[in-house]
Design a protein. Structure first.
Length: 102
């Protein structure tokens, strides 16, 4: 139930254009300080996972591993996505509270 709420909110954020997807673009947003929250697919490659997790840790950006690449892609209305960055503080805080409940 909570997973569905997370994916629904992710879809709303995507339609509001507050979601950046793709490994390189997510890393860029984290580096620039625009990413408020990062979501990573649990089936991402070890290299991608480590790269994104290290960037998030270094730049003090909260990240969560949730769903697989198809779940993240479907929630945002795109093809499979390995990483998503939420750039809006409101969406990020609500998603964070839902993810921390889970």
């Amino acid at each position: 139930m909570i997973d569905q709420a997370i994916f629904n909110l992710l879809g709303i954020a995507a339609r509001a254009r507050k979601v950046i997807s793709g490994e390189e673009l997510v890393v860029k947003e984290v580096r620039n300080g625009n990413a408020k929250l990062v979501l990573l697919a649990n089936d991402a490659s070890k290299n991608s996972s480590k790269k994104i997790q290290d960037k998030c840790t270094y730049y003090n950006v909260e990240y969560h591993v949730i769903g697989d690449r198809y779940d993240l892609g479907h929630a945002t209305g795109k093809e499979a996505r390995v990483a998503l960055a939420i750039t809006d503080k409101g969406f990020a805080s609500k998603l964070s509270s839902l993810l921390n409940e889970n």
